[in-house]
Ligand binder design. Structure first.
Ligand SMILES: Nc1nc2c(ncn2[C@@H]2O[C@H](COP(=O)(O)OP(=O)(O)OP(=O)(O)O)[C@@H](O)[C@H]2O)c(=O)[nH]1
Length: 238
């Protein structure tokens, strides 16, 4: 397809606010002639990057996480590879805010985020999905490995000492819930998340500072998911 060479007058674009936002976030501005095609592309890329990140931790934010989860659901349905979704929540976090202040709470969130990031593979997507809630998508993660990874993350966080400028550093723990995507079944992000959330709820109810992963996933495929599988099979055979 032929594109007209110049559809826009680049200098007429009002980019002040966009540039201000990028500078304030400490983003690298493109090293190209201002208003050239390469420069504009660099600005757009930097804005996309900024809008997909959580400002406090630098992790993937909720919006971007949901997109990644949708892509993983599709990938699992196509490839049949096992994938694990973990949801994590800092235990009794309200007490940290109440006893040490909001800034100390923020510092704990940042350190927990860093510890989680260090405990997983680069191919895993770690996101901050709420105040003190995180989620991780682990593609290509067999059931036996999932349990080990979840436990490794829990131990890393439990071993953290967070310096918040008080005589003694703070320590904290997390509860983790996990669910595997049902293989060869076209599930949905929502159903997968609900399963992981149920396990997180269980981890909290059983005493916190623990990881609970759903077992026997085949028998837990819901009627709704079986319906989706049937719909796919029917469609494919047409
Ligand atoms: N410092 C700080 N606190 C936050 C942030 N977002 C949410 N919070 C606080 O996180 C706390 C979450 O508390 P709860 O949902 O009651 O849960 P909890 O105290 O962690 O208890 P359990 O989850 O049951 O172990 C609330 O007090 C929120 O105000 C944030 O960005 N920074």
């Amino acid at each position: 397809m032929n594109h007209p060479t110049s559809l826009i007058a680049a200098h007429a674009l009002r980019l002040d606010l966009a540039l201000q936002l990028l500078q304030q976030a400490g983003a690298m501005l493109p090293d190209a002639e201002p208003y050239s095609e390469a420069w504009l592309q660099g600005i757009l890329d930097a804005l996309c990057d900024l809008s997909s990140k959580d400002a406090l931790t630098g992790l993937v934010n909720r919006r971007s996480f949901e997109m990644a989860l949708g892509r993983e659901v599709d990938r699992v349905a196509r490839s049949g590879e096992p994938a694990l979704l973990l949801v994590l929540d800092i235990d009794h976090f309200k007490a940290i805010n109440d006893n040490h202040g909001h800034l100390a709470g923020d510092q704990v969130i940042r350190e927990v985020a860093r510890a989680i990031g260090q405990a997983v593979r680069p191919m895993d997507t770690v996101a901050r999905v709420g105040g003190e809630e995180f989620a991780i998508i682990l593609p290509n993660c067999p059931t036996s490995v999932g349990v080990i990874v979840a436990e490794r993350i829990r131990e890393r966080v439990a071993a953290l000492t967070v310096d918040v400028g008080e005589p003694a550093p703070l320590t904290t723990t997390i509860s983790i819930g996990g669910a595997f995507a049902p293989q060869w079944v076209r599930s949905s992000s929502l159903l997968w998340t609900e399963r992981a959330d149920r396990q997180l709820y269980r981890a909290k109810a059983e005493g916190r500072n623990r990881a609970c992963l759903e077992s026997h996933i085949d028998s837990l495929v819901s009627a709704e998911e079986k319906g989706m599988l049937f719909a796919v099979t029917q469609q494919d055979s047409e």
